[in-house]
Ligand binder design. Sequence first.
Ligand code: AP5
Ligand code: MG
Length: 226
Amino acid sequence: MAKLTFTKTLNVILLGPPGAGKGTQALAIAASFGLRHLSTGNLIRHNIQAQTPLGRQAKEFYTRGEYAPDHLVVAMVKEELCARELEKGVVLDGFPRTVAQAEALDQTLAEFCQQVDAVIEIRSDTEEIVQRTEGRRVCPRGHSYHLSKNPPRVAGQCNLDGLPLQQRVDDQPETIRKRISVYREQTQPLLNYYGKKHLLRKVDGSQSIEDVTGSIQGILSALDAE
Ligand code: AP5
Ligand code: MG
């Protein structure tokens, strides 16, 4: 992965429906700009697996394809952001998802004298994202593959850490439909929130993985030149 330089601190949010490619792109963008990758979905799955108090509270929502309560997710993100220096910045994958979460994020970043620098909406149509989520397989560390669109080099095994790939419990057809409707109801209003702040940029998520990465890199590099 080619390293790109960004001279300022960069805090970028990836928005998009389930299966749009947030996780795939967050990894690529974090690697190319040297940023931290923070995925609330991965954090919740980790807490559920480790049976922490937070995991126990979030599990029923996660399994039904609903959002975990704002206060739980905000507390989890604050803890992660405060645990280490923000250094060059962070790619937020799946957070915020509600206006209340966005307001809490603005407050938390302000405590570090930082702000949200860009919000990238990855757009994709419903049929495509249903196919992507149904065929997705993930490793326990959150690396994501697709049986036909993005297969691992060795079937059933993560390219990066060799761990076995599994299907997520929320990638069943009914739960996927539920997650898409929850996104429309609760997260689409955020597009307006960030649009008003002139932070929102859109990319076509139906392109190849590499082309989506290139589009996002182009947007972020142009920001650095401003
Ligand atoms: P989360 O894990 O974030 O799930 P999601 O938002 O539903 O998004 P996905 O992870 O399903 O998709 P993605 O956009 O990351 O796509 P990916 O890159 O994997 O959250 C899960 C749950 O946790 C939520 O439902 C909720 O319960 C809870 N939660 C999380 N955050 C929360 C918050 N802030 N507040 C409250 N609750 C929260 O790609 C998908 C597939 O497509 C992969 O197989 C990939 O290989 C393939 N692919 C990707 N890009 C392309 C491409 N361009 N072309 C072809 N294939 C592609
Ligand atoms: Mg994801």
